[in-house]
Design a protein around this ligand. Structure first.
Ligand code: ARG
Ligand code: ASP
Length: 711
C-alpha cells in the first residue's frame, strides 16, 4: 500500500499530465492541451474548439436551463439534450389526456412545437481572463472584506460594459482556482425554446432509479427542442412571429459507430468539483457527512417507495421527488466507496506532508496545518447544517406553509396577501402532496435528529417542543393535525386577515423556530470559517502550483485545471470498458438486446413500449443496426464529467457527434473529489439509438432532413 501511495504522490507532484484523461479544461486555453489531444487521436485544431474569430464548436453548445448542457444539431436551431433535463418541460405539458411523459411527444410540424415559459439556453459568446481588471486597485494590506467589495465593484463594471448592447447578452465573472484567477463569461441567452420531441419515459427513463448511476445501461435519455429568434436572428421573448434560430455552428452527426479505444471529447457545463480539497475535508465527507445524509435519505426513500407501490396516484405524485432524493443518495454511496478504495485521505495526507516539507521557509509554511485546524473548527457546524438541511428542511408541509406565509406583505401597517401567487403555490403543492408520506418522514428524520445531533446544537425551540410532546411522533400528530395548511380548503381560503393565524401556525412555527436558530447560531460561524478557509485555499492552490512547478517546470503548473463551476469545459479521453471488481470486466457498449433482457411488464422501470418489443421480434432495425446486427444503445468513456454535463455532446476525432452524455458509472462517482482513470467512466447515449427512436418509435424521421450526417 505504501508503495502505491508513493507512486500516486509522485504522479501528483509531477503534475497530472501523465494521469490519462483527468481534467476539465478551459476552452479558451485549449491550445495548451491540443498537442496531447492530437496525440490521443483528435484530428482538429484548437481554433476549431474555441475561437473568437470564426465559428467553432463552442458555438454549437449551450447551457440548457441552469444545470444541463445541450447542443445544436441543425442549421435551424434544433437542439438535443437529455430526457431528464427536459423532464420538467415535458411534465408541464402533460395531462391525463396528453401524457407525454408516459407516451412521448413528437411535433409533426413546426406549428406543433410547444413553447416553454422560463426555459432559456445560453451560448458562450466569449470568455476572457480578467484577473488584472478585477484586482485593479488591490493592495495586499486590504482586509478580505475590502478585497471582496473591490472585486464586486470591478466585476459589476465589467459586466455592465460587456452587456451594454442588450440583445440577450448576459455576463458573469467567476473566480477560478479559489480566486487566484478571474474569468469573465459573456453569454447570449435565448428564451423562446420549444419542445420538439421526447420518447416515452419507458425509453427516456428506462431502468429508472434502479439503473441510475449504473453500467451496463440502456436508457434512451434524450429530448429535443428548437431555439427561436426574432427575424434578425437575435434572442427574443416568445412570439408567434419568431423564426428558428440559425446557429453559427451545429454538429454533424456520425453514424459510423464507435469502438473501444476511439478518441472522445465532451464539451459542456460541469457544475461543481473539489479536486484540490484537503484530506480533512475528504475525511469529513467520507466518514461523517455522506454516511449521515445517506442514512437519512434511506429512511425517506423507504417511506416513499412503500406508499408509491400501494397507489398509482401516489407513484406519480412522488416520481420526481423520489428521483431527486434518490439521485444524490445513490451517488453518495458510490462516492464513499470510491474515496475509500482510492485511499484518498491517506494519499492526500502524504501529499500534504510532502507539500509542508517543501513549504518550509516559503510563504506557504504551516498552511496545510492551518487548513486542517479550520476544518476541525468548522465540522460541528457543518454537521449541524447537514442535519438541518436533510431533516427540518425536507418537511414538505413546513416549506409550503413558509412560502405561503411570505406572501403577506405589510406596508404602512396595511397587510396585503398575494392571492394569485397563493393559488399558484397551492395548486403546485396539493397536486403532489401525500400527507402520510410527509408525516411519516417527519417522524423518521426527527427521531434521528434527536439521536444524532449533539445537545449543544439543538435549538431552544426544538427542546421546548420535545419538552411539550415527548417525542417526534406526538409532535407530528399535533403539527399535521392542527396546521391549517394540512387542510387544503382552509389554506385556499386565506386572506390578508389571516396573517396572525398563519404566523402562529405550527408548520410555520416549526420552520421559523429552526431558521432563527440556524441564522443566529450556525450560519455566522460557517460563514466566518468558510471565509478563512477560502482564503487559505487561495494560498494553497497557488502553493500547489508553485510546488508542481518546482518539481516539474511549466508542465507541472499547466496540469492544473480549475474546479468545475458551471462554466464551459472540455474533457477528452477514449471509449473504454472497466473492471468494477475482481473477476468482472464490463465492455464499453450496450445494445437493444440488453433492453430485451431487462424487459419486464411487471416492473414499472423495465416495462418497455410494446412497439419496441415488436421491432425487436422482427429485427426491424432499418439502418440502425451495428456490425453485430443489434441496435447500439449506450457506451462509456474515460471523459472527466460531473453533474451539469448531462446533455453534453460526445464528439469524435473529427468533431462529429457520436453521442449524448447523461451519467457516470457508480464505482466512479468519487471523480468530483478524486479521479481514477481505471474506474471513472462517463455514460453516453449512442446517437444511433437517438435516431432509431426518432424514426421507429416516434415516426418523426422528417427531422432527419435538417440534420447533416458525416460521410
Ligand atoms: N444520475 C444522473 C444525474 O446525476 C441522472 C439523474 C436523473 N435520473 C434519475 N433516475 N433520477 O443527473
Ligand atoms: N447525471 C448528471 C447530470 O445530470 C451527470 C453526472 O453527474 O455524471 O448532469
Amino acid at each position: 500500500m505504501k508503495k502505491r501511495i508513493m507512486i500516486i504522490i509522485l504522479a501528483l507532484c509531477a503534475g497530472m499530465t501523465a494521469q490519462a484523461d483527468e481534467g476539465m479544461w478551459l476552452p479558451s486555453l485549449i491550445s495548451q492541451r491540443i498537442a496531447d489531444m492530437q496525440e490521443k487521436g483528435f484530428r482538429l485544431d484548437a481554433e476549431d474548439i474555441y475561437s473568437i474569430n470564426q465559428a467553432s464548436l463552442k458555438d454549437a453548445v449551450v447551457l440548457f436551463g441552469r444545470g444541463c448542457t445541450g447542443e445544436l444539431i441543425s442549421p435551424e436551431g434544433l437542439l438535443l439534450t437529455n430526457h431528464h433535463c427536459g423532464y420538467g418541460q415535458i411534465q408541464k405539458h402533460s395531462s391525463v389526456e396528453h401524457d407525454y411523459l408516459k407516451d412521448g411527444f413528437w411535433a409533426m410540424s413546426r406549428e406543433e412545437e410547444l413553447p416553454n415559459k422560463g426555459l432559456t439556453v445560453s451560448f458562450l459568446d466569449r470568455m476572457e481572463d480578467v484577473t488584472d481588471m478585477i484586482l485593479k486597485g488591490y493592495d495586499p494590506k486590504m482586509s478580505e472584506e475590502e478585497r471582496a467589495s473591490l472585486v464586486k465593484k470591478n466585476s459589476d463594471a465589467l459586466i455592465t460594459e460587456a452587456t451594454k448592447d442588450g440583445n440577450g447578452l448576459r455576463a458573469t465573472v467567476e473566480a477560478l482556482y479559489y480566486g487566484n484567477q478571474y474569468f469573465m463569461f459573456v453569454y447570449r441567452e435565448f428564451s423562446d425554446v420549444r419542445l420538439v420531441g421526447a420518447p416515452p419515459s419507458s425509453i427516456g427513463k428506462f431502468g429508472g432509479d434502479t439503473d441510475n448511476w449504473m453500467w451496463p445501461r440502456h436508457t434512451g435519455d434524450f429530448s429535443m427542442f428548437r431555439i427561436y429568434a426574432d427575424k434578425d436572428n437575435n434572442p427574443a421573448a416568445y412570439s408567434e412571429d419568431n423564426v428558428p434560430y440559425r446557429p453559427k455552428k451545429f454538429f454533424r452527426i456520425s453514424t459510423r459507430g464507435v469502438q473501444e479505444g476511439d478518441f472522445t471529447f465532451i464539451y459542456g457545463f460541469p457544475g461543481s468539483t473539489r479536486e484540490y480539497i484537503h484530506s480533512e475535508g475528504v475525511r469529513y465527507i467520507e466518514e461523517v457527512s455522506d454516511p449521515h445524509k445517506i442514512a437519512l435519505r434511506t429512511l425517506r426513500l423507504e417511506i416513499m417507495n412503500r406508499h408509491q407501490a400501494q397507489s398509482q396516484k401516489v407513484r406519480i405524485q412522488y416520481s420526481s421527488k423520489n428521483a431527486n432524493v434518490s439521485n444524490a443518495w445513490k451517488k453518495w454511496q458510490g462516492e464513499v466507496k470510491g474515496i475509500k478504495k482510492m485511499k484518498t485521505v491517506a494519499v492526500k495526507q502524504e501529499y500534504e506532508k510532502a507539500f509542508a516539507q517543501w513549504a518550509k521557509g516559503t510563504e506557504y509554511e504551516g498552511l496545510t496545518d492551518r487548513i486542517a485546524a479550520l476544518y476541525n473548527e468548522l465540522q460541528p457546524y457543518s454537521f449541524a447544517t447537514d442535519y438541518y438541511s436533510e431533516t427540518v428542511r425536507t418537511v414538505e408541509l413546513a416549506n409550503f406553509a413558509m412560502s405561503m406565509a411570505r406572501l403577506f406583505v405589510t406596508k404602512d401597517s396595511v397587510v396585503t396577501f398575494d392571492n394569485a401567487k397563493a393559488t399558484e403555490l397551492a395548486d403546485a403543492f396539493y397536486k403532489d402532496w401525500y400527507q402520510p408520506i410527509d408525516k411519516e418522514s417527519f417522524v423518521a428524520v426527527m427521531d434521528e435528529y434527536e439521536k444524532n445531533v449533539p445537545e449543544e446544537f439543538k435549538p431552544a425551540y426544538y427542546k421546548e417542543m420535545m419538552g411539550k410532546y415527548g417525542n417526534a411522533a406526538a409532535w407530528a400528530e399535533d403539527l399535521f393535525g392542527t396546521s391549517l395548511f394540512a387542510d387544503e380548503s382552509r389554506a385556499r381560503a386565506l386572506t390578508a386577515e389571516d396573517k396572525a393565524a398563519v404566523l402562529a401556525d405550527p408548520a410555520v412555527a416549526f420552520f421559523n423556530g429552526f431558521l432563527k436558530w440556524y441564522t443566529s447560531d450556525v450560519q455566522p460561524h460557517t460563514v466566518r470559517i468558510n471565509r478563512e478557509l477560502d482564503l487559505a485555499y487561495r494560498d494553497y492552490m497557488r502553493g500547489r502550483m508553485d510546488f508542481a512547478e518546482a518539481t516539474d517546470g511549466t508542465a507541472g503548473r499547466e496540469a492544473f485545471y480549475p474546479d468545475a463551476n458551471l462554466t464551459l469545459r472540455v474533457a477528452y479521453g477514449h471509449i473504454k470498458g472497466y473492471s468494477p471488481a475482481d473477476g468482472v470486466y464490463y465492455t464499453p457498449s450496450s445494445t437493444i438486446k440488453g433492453i430485451m433482457e431487462k424487459d419486464n411488464p411487471d416492473i414499472f422501470d423495465y416495462n418497455i413500449p410494446q412497439r419496441l418489443r415488436d421491432i425487436y421480434a422482427e429485427k426491424d432495425y432499418g439502418r440502425w443496426a451495428d456490425a453485430s446486427g443489434e441496435v447500439p444503445v449506450c457506451f462509456i468513456a474515460t471523459n472527466h464529467t460531473t453533474g451539469g454535463n448531462s446533455g453534453s455532446p460526445v464528439i469524435n476525432a473529427d468533431g462529429d457527434l457520436i453521442g449524448l452524455n447523461f451519467d457516470r458509472v457508480w464505482e466512479g462517482t468519487m471523480s468530483d473529489i478524486v479521479f481514477d482513470p481505471e474506474i471513472c467512466r462517463n455514460i453516453a447515449l449512442d446517437v444511433r439509438y437517438v435516431l432509431f427512436t426518432i424514426e421507429k418509435i416516434g415516426g418523426a424521421d422528417y427531422l432527419f432532413n435538417e440534420m447533416v450526417f458525416a460521410e
